[in-house]
Design a protein around this ligand. Structure first.
Ligand code: C2O
Ligand code: CU
Ligand code: CU
Length: 504
């Protein structure tokens, strides 16, 4: 054989080996990317229910809560102590609860070794109380925002919002629920005994290496962190015994990147009664409810005496391309929570036919429109800059915001300080799950949504509110912008960049 031929043969076999390696690697990545915990959990742990936060009422009627951000250890798995953070405990935080019309104050003390902060997701409140990335809480200090509850009954939540580190701080365990009530919601015959037939269901995906959390992003995951199992309220393999015919679940997707499509293992119908901003006008019967990171839904499910039923998350059916379907979690399936019905169940009244009145605009009085193009690592081609105000809006006016994602990966869109109406999704009327008051909306690639929102918060030209992708690593990378609310004809001021960045 000539030397030349020999070289050719060697080259050819090197190419074949490479092709096989690449192909095999891709196949290995592809099949390894799909996760399912269906039928694998044993539901051996009783679901933890976050305690209702204690509060005191001052002479002027302000309800005062205390939250303490702290480091600790949590035993998610037998005998394994995982280093975690929490509010008033080692993981997650208590459920805050207040009534429309009430004044509240939350004294947030940071006992961590680094700066963090707290944002009240979904709350209508002045920008100075909102807890955006400017409002950091240095270690050893306390921040005490106060505001009046001016919005309808809803399931909201709270979590840190430090520039570039939100995913990390939430994953370590800093998150909690904030439930609002009002006289109308109290009068409704809905399951409302907290922890009994009205359950907070904080869903997070997670991954362990022994006792420790693994928070690295997989190579192929453009959405950020995706775990290989889920927990509810910090409980792995959770079950909950229920003693009522009808059970209300307040679902919160507190995961940092994963979108769920919740249903039950027998695909039974349930009633969707509320979304991010509160109760729907009327219940919608469905067998699935999709929630992207940050979104909430209140559902009521019927159980039969003695049965067990599992809340499951199904593969997403949203027409994603094959890459996103597989590598960004769309094919995954999780058994989330087992409900165990007692042999004897208390009768529950039928659901009321009329529920809430979402207080969101229909867009007919909009004075202007704006467009936002979501493309990593920014919005409208800009990365977040705390010294720049991106949009200036006039207090008391309604606008229509058009949000577009053609970025080849899923995003969502969240705005602070208000709730909006989803007017359309790709030009069509939104499905029932998007017809209430929303503050976060999912945008798979190839989606355009039109939102109507009214800026009722107090004018403050110097303190911005945020809007951003709530896939937290995208937010951290800069998919976030700032807007200020001003009185008519006024200009934006200059945001004070009081950000104190500290590593860990
Ligand atoms: Cu829940 Cu700006 O976030
Ligand atoms: Cu928010
Ligand atoms: Cu995103």
């Amino acid at each position: 054989m000539s030397g030349f031929k020999r070289v050719l043969i060697i080259l050819a076999s090197v190419a074949t080996v490479l092709a096989l390696a690449v192909g095999g690697g891709a196949l290995w990545l592809y099949s390894g990317a799909k996760v399912s915990t269906v039928g694998r959990g044993d539901f051996r742990n009783e679901l933890a229910v976050p305690p209702l936060a204690e509060s005191t009422v001052t002479a002027d009627g302000t309800r005062v809560f205390d939250l303490r951000m702290q480091a600790g250890e949590t035993e998610f798995q037998d005998g394994q102590k995982t280093p975690t953070w929490g509010f008033n405990g080692s993981y997650l935080g208590p459920t805050l609860r207040a009534e429309r019309g009430e004044k509240v104050q939350v004294r947030v003390r940071n006992t961590l070794a680094e700066a963090s902060n707290v944002h009240w997701h979904g709350m209508h409140l002045p920008a100075t109380m909102d807890g955006g990335p400017q409002r950091m809480i240095a270690p050893g200090t306390t921040w005490s925002p106060s505001w009046k509850i001016t919005q309808p009954a809803a399931t909201l939540w709270y979590h840190p919002h430090p520039m570039g580190e939100t995913e990390d701080h939430v994953q370590r365990g800093l998150a909690g629920m904030f439930i609002l009530d009002d006289t109308a919601s109290r009068a409704l015959a809905l399951p409302d005994t907290y922890g009994v037939n009205d359950l907070p269901v904080i869903v997070q995906d997670t991954k362990f290496d022994g006792a420790r959390f693994v928070h690295a992003h997989g190579l192929t995951r453009t959405v950020g962190f995706l775990g290989d199992r889920t927990m509810v309220n910090g409980t792995l393999d959770p079950y909950k015994e229920v003693g009522d015919e009808r059970v209300r679940l307040r679902l919160l997707n507190a995961s940092t990147a994963r979108t769920y499509d919740f249903g039950f293992d027998d695909s039974r119908e349930f009633s969707l009664i509320g979304t991010d901003g509160g109760l729907l006008e009327k219940a919608a019967a469905t067998d699935r409810i999709q929630l992207s990171p940050g979104e909430r839904a209140e559902i009521v499910v019927r159980v039969r005496p003695g049965e067990r039923t599992v809340l499951r998350s199904y593969p997403l059916d949203i027409g994603q391309d094959f890459y996103n379907q597989r590598f960004n979690g769309g094919d995954d399936t999780f058994d989330i929570l087992e409900l165990r019905a007692k042999k004897q169940l208390r009768r529950s009244p039928a659901l009321p036919t009329a529920l809430g009145k979402p207080e969101v605009p229909d867009g007919s009085h909009a004075v202007r429109g704006r467009s936002f193009d979501l493309a990593l690592p920014g919005i409208n081609g800009h990365k977040m800059n705390m010294g720049r105000v991106d949009e200036t809006v006039t207090r008391g006016t309604t606008e229509i915001w058009t949000i577009r994602n053609n970025n080849g990966m899923p995003h969502n869109f969240h705005i602070h300080g208000l709730q909006f109406t989803v007017l359309s999704v790709n030009g069509r009327e939104p499905r029932p799950a998007l017809r209430g008051a929303k503050d976060t909306v999912f945008l798979p690639s190839g989606t355009t949504v039109k939102l109507a929102m009214r800026f009722d918060g107090p004018a403050d030209p110097d303190t911005p509110y945020m809007y951003h992708c709530h896939l937290l690593s995208h937010e951290d990378q800069g998919m976030m912008g700032q807007f200020v609310v001003v009185e008519k004809g006024r200009k934006a001021g200059r945001p004070a960049a009081t950000h104190t960045h500290q590593g860990h």
